[in-house]
Design a protein around this ligand. Structure first.
Ligand SMILES: Cc1ncc(COP(=O)(O)O)c(C=O)c1O
Length: 398
C-alpha cells in the first residue's frame, strides 16, 4: 500500500486553547509535562476536513443552519459500510456531545431513584451522570482476569439487577480498558437486558478505532430485539480528531423510544449546532476511509513501541492488550506506589501527564491511562522520558 498521509510530525498545540495543554498547571502542578490525558489526538485533523470548512467560509453569512440531510446520509452510509448497521436519517439526532446525549437518555428513560448499570473502570462521566441526575449507580465492575484482560462479569450483573434497574450504559469499545466486545459477550448482555426490560445506551464513539483482527459489533446490530432497546451514540470526534467541532449523533430505531427521547431532547434545546461542524462531519465521513486506515496503522505502531518499553520492566508496568481506542491502560501495581505517588512518578520523573486510573473508578487504582495518539516525533519523546524514569527507579530498586 502506498502511504498518502504522514503522521511523523504534527502542529504544536502549545499556546492554543487546547484543554489538554491549558489545564496542565492546575492538574499536574507543572506546565512542562507532555499531556497524555484528554482523549483527543496530537495529530492534525485531516486536511480534507479543514479544506471543506475553508470552502464554506467563502460564503460570508453564518446564520442559523439546519444539519443537512446529506451529512446524516454520509454517516448512515459509513455505518452501513464500515459497521454493517443500518440507520435511517429519520432515526438520527444531532448532538454537540455524547455526554449530553447520555444525560438526556438518563432523564428520558429513568426516574429519580432508578438504578443504572455502569461497568467500571470506565470513562468518568458514565458514573458522574448517574449520580448528578440523582439516579442510583449499579456498579457491575469488569472482571480482571489473571492474564490481565477484562471481561463482563455476567454473574455479578445477574445477581444485582432488580425491578428498579432501568438502563445500562455500555462503553463499546471500552475506555479505558481497550476492549472491543465480541458478539457472544454482547449477546449475553442483551439477553439479560431483554429479560429485565432494560434499555441500553451504547456509547460507540471509539468504534472506528479498532485494530484488526478485532471487529466492532454495534449493539443495535445484534438482532431486531437489540435494535428495539438500543440508543447508540456515534460520531467523528475521536475518529478524525474533531472533538473541537462538537458534533455527534444519537441513533434510535424504536419509534416509542425515539419519541420519548425527543421530548427531553427538545426541552434541552440541542438545536442543530454549527454550520462549520456540519460541513466538517460530512467531509470526514465521505472522504475519511483511507486516512483512517493509515491512522490506525500509525497508532498501532505507537502502541507497540510503548509495549516494547513496558515489556522491559514487567515488574513495574504491565500494559493491557489493546483491541480498540488510542488509550493504553497500564497496570502499574508492581511499582507498589499509592495512587498519588504513582501520578507523581509520571509527572516528576517522566514529565508526562497521564490520567490516573483511580479516576475511572476504584477498580482503576494502581493503573494509569496513557493516550498514545501522537505523531511519531512526539511518541519518540515520551518513550525516551518514560525509559529514563523507569531506568532510574530500576537502579534504585536494585
Ligand atoms: C467513551 C467516551 N464517551 C464520550 C466521550 C466524550 O464525548 P463528547 O465530547 O462528545 O461528550 C469520550 C471522550 O473521551 C469517551 O471516551
Amino acid at each position: 500500500m502506498i502511504k498518502k498521509y504522514n503522521f511523523s510530525t504534527s502542529a504544536s498545540r502549545e499556546g492554543t486553547n487546547a484543554e489538554k495543554y491549558t489545564m496542565r498547571k492546575k492538574l499536574f502542578g507543572s506546565d512542562v509535562v507532555i499531556p497524555l490525558w484528554v482523549a483527543d489526538m496530537d495529530i492534525d485533523t485531516p486536511d480534507f476536513v479543514l479544506e471543506a470548512v475553508k470552502k464554506r467560509l467563502e460564503h460570508p453569512v453564518m446564520g442559523y443552519e439546519e444539519m443537512p440531510r446529506s451529512a446524516f446520509e454520509a454517516q448512515c452510509d459509513w455505518m452501513k459500510r464500515e459497521h454493517t448497521v443500518e440507520f435511517e436519517v429519520s432515526e438520527l439526532f444531532y448532538s454537540h456531545s455524547v455526554v449530553a446525549s447520555m444525560n438526556t437518555v438518563i432523564e428520558a428513560f429513568t426516574g429519580k431513584g432508578d438504578k443504572i448499570i455502569v461497568q467500571t473502570p470506565v470513562y468518568p462521566p458514565f458514573f458522574h451522570s448517574v449520580i448528578e441526575n440523582e439516579r442510583e449507580l449499579l456498579k457491575n465492575p469488569l472482571k480482571l482476569k489473571d492474564d490481565g484482560t477484562y471481561s463482563f462479569d455476567i454473574e455479578d450483573l445477574k445477581s444485582k439487577i432488580d425491578e428498579k434497574t432501568k438502563l445500562l450504559l455500555l462503553c463499546s469499545p471500552h475506555n479505558p480498558v481497550g476492549r472491543v466486545w465480541r458478539r457472544e459477550e454482547l449477546e449475553e448482555i442483551l439477553e439479560i437486558c431483554l429479560k429485565h426490560n432494560i434499555i441500553v445506551f451504547s456509547d460507540e464513539i471509539h468504534s472506528d478505532l479498532v485494530y484488526a483482527p478485532n471487529i466492532h459489533i454495534p449493539f443495535a446490530s445484534l438482532n431486531d430485539k437489540a435494535r428495539d432497546i438500543t440508543i447508540t451514540a456515534i460520531g467523528v470526534g475521536k475518529t478524525f480528531n474533531m472533538a473541537g467541532f462538537a458534533i455527534s449523533t444519537v441513533a434510535i430505531t424504536n419509534d416509542e423510544l425515539r419519541a420519548k427521547f425527543k421530548k427531553v431532547y427538545d426541552k434541552r434545546h440541542f438545536a442543530f449546532g454549527s454550520s462549520l461542524s456540519h460541513i466538517a462531519f460530512e467531509a470526514a465521513y465521505k472522504d475519511g476511509k483511507e486516512w483512517l486506515e493509515e491512522l490506525k496503522i500509525h497508532l498501532y505502531k505507537n502502541f507497540l513501541l510503548l509495549k516494547e518499553l513496558c515489556d522491559q520492566y514487567p515488574h513495574f508496568i504491565k500494559i493491557t492488550t489493546i483491541e480498540g481506542t488510542y488509550l493504553a491502560w497500564l497496570d502499574c501495581r508492581g511499582m507498589l506506589l499509592k495512587d498519588k505517588e504513582l501520578r507523581e512518578f509520571f509527572v516528576k520523573d517522566a514529565k508526562l501527564g497521564l490520567s490516573a486510573g483511580i479516576s475511572f473508578g476504584r477498580e482503576g487504582s494502581g493503573f494509569m491511562r496513557l493516550n498514545f495518539a501522537l505523531s511519531s516525533a512526539k511518541m519518540a519523546q515520551i518513550i525516551e522520558n518514560l525509559q529514563k524514569a523507569l531506568q532510574s527507579i530500576g537502579r534504585k530498586s536494585d
